[in-house]
Design a binder for this molecule. Structure first.
Ligand code: FMN
Length: 165
């Protein structure tokens, strides 16, 4: 089985997961903008990872348009993971839920540009305004200060799914 991990990462968290997954599978991890369709068609299975922006898996459109043989997708965002979050993301991105995984990344304000940071500050303010904050809200507010919430253990279900353990 010829596999490759392809990813799009803006501040490094998705790249971290992509490299962990490649290490576990004993294959290469490469950035989306460094590989072309003519090279990807040579693989039996593509594991694609993109960071989340406004609930969309960045770069997935490009991969989807290539009509590749088999694609497993993972999204990386700062939302706290749970089954409902994962199901909603799969639906919004039009990905079969059996082929979709979500991992918690983090937030690095030092690497986020001005306009994107403004968007994030609006979300942060809307959480701050809530009178009754959930545990997830408090965790998100901590993450907004700058945090790496990546966890190598989280990739296990994806690895098991790929290796059909
Ligand atoms: C403009 C913007 C929009 C974002 N939208 C979402 C989102 O919809 N859901 C989410 O969970 N995280 C969202 N995030 C957080 C990033 O997905 C998160 O920081 C991720 O770990 C970045 O991955 P990267 O380091 O690979 O770029 C957003 C971040 C920015 C800057």
């Amino acid at each position: 089985m010829k596999r490759i991990v392809v990813y799009k990462s803006s501040t490094g968290f998705t790249a971290k997961y992509a490299n962990w997954i490649a290490e576990e599978l004993g294959c290469e991890a490469i950035e989306l903008n460094k590989i072309k369709k003519c090279d990807l068609v040579k693989y039996d299975e593509i594991i694609y990872g993109g960071w989340l922006m406004a609930n969309m898996v960045c770069g997935y459109n490009k991969i989807n348009e290539m009509n590749l043989k088999k694609v497993i997708v993972f999204g990386v965002g700062m939302t706290v993971p749970n089954d409902e979050v994962v199901a909603k993301l799969a639906e919004q991105n039009k990905i079969n839920k059996d082929n979709f995984f979500y991992f918690e990344g983090g937030y690095n304000p030092k690497k986020v540009g001005f306009f994107k940071k403004m968007m994030m500050n609006m979300i942060k303010k809307s959480i701050e305004k809530k009178e009754e904050k959930t545990a997830e809200d408090l965790h998100m507010l901590e993450t907004f200060k700058g945090a790496d919430n990546t966890n190598r253990e989280a990739i296990k279900p994806l690895i098991d799914r790929i290796l059909e353990v």
